[in-house]
Design a protein around this ligand. Structure first.
Ligand SMILES: [Zn+2]
Length: 298
């Protein structure tokens, strides 16, 4: 009986799972081409309101096309909205270049170019760096060179464990307002399936649940969906933690066994280093209907 009660107690109050919410491509990712100040402010307000108290971090591109269109003062206003909500900011390069396509020196200069705007918003140099496209260097030289630059510049690379296709849903959502509800429902299911996929893969590769790091983008779909998305994650037993806290888990000391042009979850990188084969079960992909909406003109 005692054992049964103990079992019941364990079932009722499991150890909370942990997840970090990371939002890339501030001030706005590539869902639509609007550079309207009011639209971007309104979108940002919804995102930061939903994220308040979650220890989330936004990774900005202060020199992106969207940032340029807003101008430095308005970009600073957007970044300050993040800060006022108690959220952290990180460096995602100035213009979001692809490290596979340019010389390393040009890429690292682009990281440095993002610093003035971020330092102004934070009051201190940003601590975290997020690789655009999750590309870490296509050959040993560029990979080691970038890692060396980041270490020398006192950056901590922010890995991603729960990769997903939010940008595909976001573009479909922006293009087809008449289908907003069904796209949003499909999107929430996609994120839940992606989280479930990487929970399973973390257990296979790291041997246990790990604090997960979810990659999302600053777009209207997330602005409209974050409250439901956070509710879904809470229902799965998650609490929201900072990158600093998550990265203390020993899994984040595992070796990254991948050098190449691809960009994907760090769990797959650890699997390569450990020689753990894939299960043949691919990551959740958007269904055909969403891909059609994504490609179809407005
Ligand atoms: Zn990005």
């Amino acid at each position: 009986m005692k054992q049964l009660l103990l079992l019941a107690a364990l079932t009722l109050s499991p150890q909370p799972r942990q997840i970090v919410l990371t939002i890339d491509d501030l001030p706005r990712g590539g869902d639509v081409s609007t550079t309207d100040k009011q639209a971007i402010r309104a979108m940002t307000a919804k995102i930061v309101n939903a994220l308040k108290g979650t220890h989330a971090i936004g990774f900005a591109n202060p020199g992106s096309e969207k940032s340029d269109a807003l101008g430095p003062a308005e970009l600073q206003h957007i970044l300050q909205m993040w800060r006022a909500a108690g959220l952290d900011l990180g460096n995602h390069t100035h213009t979001h270049p692809n490290i596979n396509q340019i010389p390393l020196a040009e890429f690292t200069a682009d990281i440095t170019a993002a610093e003035p705007a971020l330092t102004k918003a934070l009051g201190t140099k940003p601590l975290y760096f997020r690789h655009p496209f999750l590309h870490t260097g296509k050959d040993p030289e560029s990979r080691a060179g970038l890692a060396k630059f980041l270490a020398a510049s006192h950056y901590i690379a922010a890995p991603v464990t729960v990769d997903n296709s939010d940008y595909i849903y976001a573009r479909a959502y922006a293009k087809h307002p008449a289908k907003a509800n069904e796209i949003q429902q499909a999107y929430l299911l996609h994120i839940e399936q992606s989280v479930a996929f990487f929970e399973q893969r973390a257990r296979e590769v790291a041997g246990s649940d790990i604090p997960q790091i979810l990659l999302l983008h600053a777009n209207q779909l997330n602005a409209d969906s974050l409250p439901a998305l956070l509710k879904m994650l809470r229902a799965r037993g998650y609490e929201f933690v900072s990158l600093e806290q998550a990265l203390r888990h020993p899994a984040y000391q595992l070796e990254d066994g991948y050098t190449g042009p691809g960009g994907f979850s760090w769990i797959h990188r650890w699997a390569k280093a450990k020689g753990i084969p894939g299960t043949g079960k691919g990551e959740p992909e958007p269904p055909k209907e969403i891909m059609e909406l994504y490609s179809k003109p407005q």
